[in-house]
Every structure is written in structure tokens, then in C-alpha cells.
Design a protein around this ligand. Structure first.
Ligand code: RIB
Length: 305
């Protein structure tokens, strides 16, 4: 039986424009292309875990609109269980994304239906959580819902992962005791710890601080620099495979989903981190969120160029 991963989080339709560079305030730029692509941090992580070998259930909300239908269909096409994806009377979540010629992006999200994922609604699907080996949350649904999901995951004895994205402020202090793996990027690690994070050294200091704040284990993703693991006893840097990036959208989501799938399947933490990093590296070589996420076969066949 494949390991079971449950993702509690957002589904967004990504409205993606490619432009030579990101616009400045008040500026109009001529874009090079436009596409609508299925995304949302929660849904991306669900797709990553499913393509990378796990059996996945999604808990979330879409709007009663064409985007909502497309977002659900995209998950069903990956054999993701959507019994806990509710359709609500709101518009589906959207993300306005600009990707520049250096493969960097800027994103504005509008939560829409994602805001309807309340603790009570998650409670209606408690049997889905009970069946999980690993539970993953992010921060694109209401804080109260994330807090509930982390607590319920801990009560049920599941492995609980929080990808605190997007984060611009510290997390509620009582969440930390319910988190087995906290996986922020550099800016999120900085927002959570209150410390600057712009290098491997500063990431080490922030990771140590986040452990002191109560997180079980911390993995700070460092983009092309790889990732930094900390568990209170040891700090270990994992270099990333070198690839030519075209679009970094959903790289973090691919890492989180891949790490969770690998961990749930019985791989060690170190193996799961390396596996997630290869998956993320492959994802940045392709455009878009869900379309960029590789399959298990592609990760297994990957050779460092
Ligand atoms: O992490 C990438 C995702 O962030 C995009 O798919 C977008 O929907 C935003 O949620």
C-alpha cells in the first residue's frame, strides 16, 4: 500500500504573465505571454506528493465557478481523493503571477473560496485525517484552520508538516508543539524567527532559534543553495542539484510534497530531503506550478548535469 499523505490547504487558479522583468510601482510593462495554470500551495503539494509516489487526499475549498471545476479536475486527474474538497458560494482562489527573464516571480493571491475552509469544515472530514500517515499544512487558508489541523494531526499521532508560506509575521506560539517538520524558505524563516536569513550561516542561527521556539525539526529551503536541516542536535546542509531555472513557481511546493511522499514511504530524513531537492530542481526547469512538477520516474532517472 502506498503511504498516505493528506494536504489541508489552498487551491488557486494561477494567472501567469511572463515579462522581461517585474514591474515597478505605477509602471506598465508589455508582457510576453499569458496562461491560466492550476496552482495554490496546498494543491501543488498534493500533486507533488501524488506524482512522487504517495496516495493523497486533499482537504480544501473551491468556488462555484469554472476555475473551481478545473482545479478539482486537475487533482482528480492525478488520482487525488477529493471527497474533502468542498464547493462553496464564492469565487475560487486566484494568484496573479509575473515571471521575469531571470525566472524570478512576484505573486499576489486572492483567497476567495480558500477562506471558507473553517475548522468546522475540516472537522467534517476527520476520517480523512485519521487515515493519513503524514499531514501537510500551509498558510493560504485561515489561521484558525491551520491551528486546528496541526493540533488534530498531533492528537492523532500523525507526522505533521507545516510549510509556513506565505509568512510575513511570527506564528502563534502554541502551534510549534504540534509541528514535526517546519519547512520555511529564507524569507519565511526570517519572519518567523525575527532574525535576518540571507546565507547558510544566518539560516543556521534562525533554524536553531525556531527549534528553541518549539518546532520539532526545521528544514530551511535556500533555493539554488539547497537546504539546511536542524533538529536541535545537528545542523546539516544539503546542496541542491545544479540546473538551469526557467520558472521557480512551485519549487518549494514540489520540495514539500516530495519530502512528505518520501518520508511517508519509509525513506530516512536525509534521503527524503535529497529526493525533494531533485524533484524541486526538475520543477524549476519547466514553466508553471502543477505542470512543472515531475513524476517519480523522472526523479529516479535524474542525473546531475
Ligand atoms: O507556491 C506557488 C503557488 O503560490 C502558486 O501556485 C500560487 O497559486 C500561490 O499560491
Amino acid at each position: 500500500m502506498p503511504a498516505k499523505v493528506v494536504v489541508i490547504g489552498s487551491l488557486n487558479m494561477d494567472l501567469v504573465t511572463r515579462a522581461p522583468r517585474l514591474p515597478r510601482g505605477g509602471e506598465t510593462l508589455i508582457g510576453q505571454s499569458f496562461a491560466t495554470v492550476s496552482g495554490g500551495k496546498g494543491a501543488n503539494q498534493a500533486v507533488a506528493a501524488a506524482r512522487l509516489g504517495a496516495q493523497v487526499s486533499m482537504v480544501g475549498c473551491v468556488g462555484r465557478d469554472a476555475y473551481g471545476e478545473a482545479l478539482r479536475d486537475a487533482l482528480l486527474a492525478e488520482q487525488i481523493d477529493c471527497q474533502a474538497v468542498s464547493t462553496v458560494d464564492d469565487s475560487s482562489g486566484v494568484a496573479l503571477i509575473v515571471v521575469d527573464d531571470n525566472s524570478q516571480n512576484a505573486i499576489v493571491i486572492v483567497a476567495g473560496a480558500n477562506g471558507a475552509l473553517t475548522p468546522a469544515l475540516v472537522g467534517c472530514f476527520d476520517s480523512v485525517l485519521q487515515a493519513a500517515d503524514v499531514i501537510i499544512c500551509q498558510l493560504e487558508v485561515p489561521d484558525a484552520t491551520v491551528g486546528h489541523a496541526l493540533k488534530r494531526g498531533r492528537e492523532l499521532g500523525k507526522t505533521v508538516i507545516l510549510n509556513p508560506a506565505p509568512a510575513s509575521r511570527p506564528l502563534p506560539a502554541h502551534w510549534y508543539a504540534n509541528i514535526d517538520y517546519l519547512i520555511p524558505n529564507e524569507s519565511e524563516a526570517s519572519a518567523l524567527s525575527g532574525l535576518p536569513v540571507d546565507s547558510r550561516q544566518t539560516a543556521q542561527v534562525a533554524a536553531t532559534r525556531l527549534i528553541e521556539m518549539g518546532a520539532g525539526k526545521v528544514i530551511i529551503t535556500l533555493g539554488a543553495e539547497g537546504s539546511l536541516f536542524a533538529d536541535g542536535q545537528r545542523l546539516e546542509h544539503f546542496p541542491a542539484p545544479l540546473v538551469k531555472a526557467v520558472d521557480t513557481t512551485a519549487a518549494g511546493d514540489t520540495f514539500v510534497g516530495g519530502f512528505a511522499a518520501a518520508l511517508a514511504s519509509g525513506k530516512s530524513e536525509a534521503e527524503a530531503i535529497r529526493f525533494g531537492q531533485v524533484a524541486a530542481a526538475l520543477s524549476v526547469t519547466r514553466a508553471g506550478a502543477q505542470p512543472s512538477i515531475p513524476t517519480l520516474g523522472e526523479v529516479q532517472a535524474f542525473k546531475t548535469p
